[in-house]
Design a protein around this ligand. Structure first.
Ligand SMILES: [Zn+2]
Length: 98
């Protein structure tokens, strides 16, 4: 399974089993969790936040919809950060897959 997401095409083809965690919250903020919330998928090795595949799928679907609609996004291989509003982001992580 390819688990480096480097461009929009890769991202639009991502399925939940490639996703370890998804952050929703402030964009320009540290990502410790003080400015947003994380959800883990059951595909993550050693989950560090609540495991909730249905919530993670909703966040992934929303992020992919935003990208299709032209949202600014950065594809960094192990994660993709999608701007979802004024200083808001959805960040999808692809590392630590079991
Ligand atoms: Zn913090």
């Amino acid at each position: 399974m390819k688990n480096q997401i480097n461009n929009q095409s890769d991202f639009l083809n991502v399925t939940l089993n490639q996703v370890s965690q998804i952050y929703v919250g402030k964009d320009h903020c540290c990502r410790c969790g003080c400015g947003g919330t994380y959800v883990s998928t059951s595909f993550m090795k050693g989950a560090r936040s609540e495991v909730n595949d249905s919530l993670a799928q909703r966040r992934l679907t929303k992020a992919q919809k935003l990208v299709r609609e032209g949202a600014f996004a950065e594809y960094e291989g192990s994660y993709a950060n999608i701007v979802s509003g004024d200083n808001r982001a959805i960040c999808v992580y692809f590392d630590d897959i079991a």
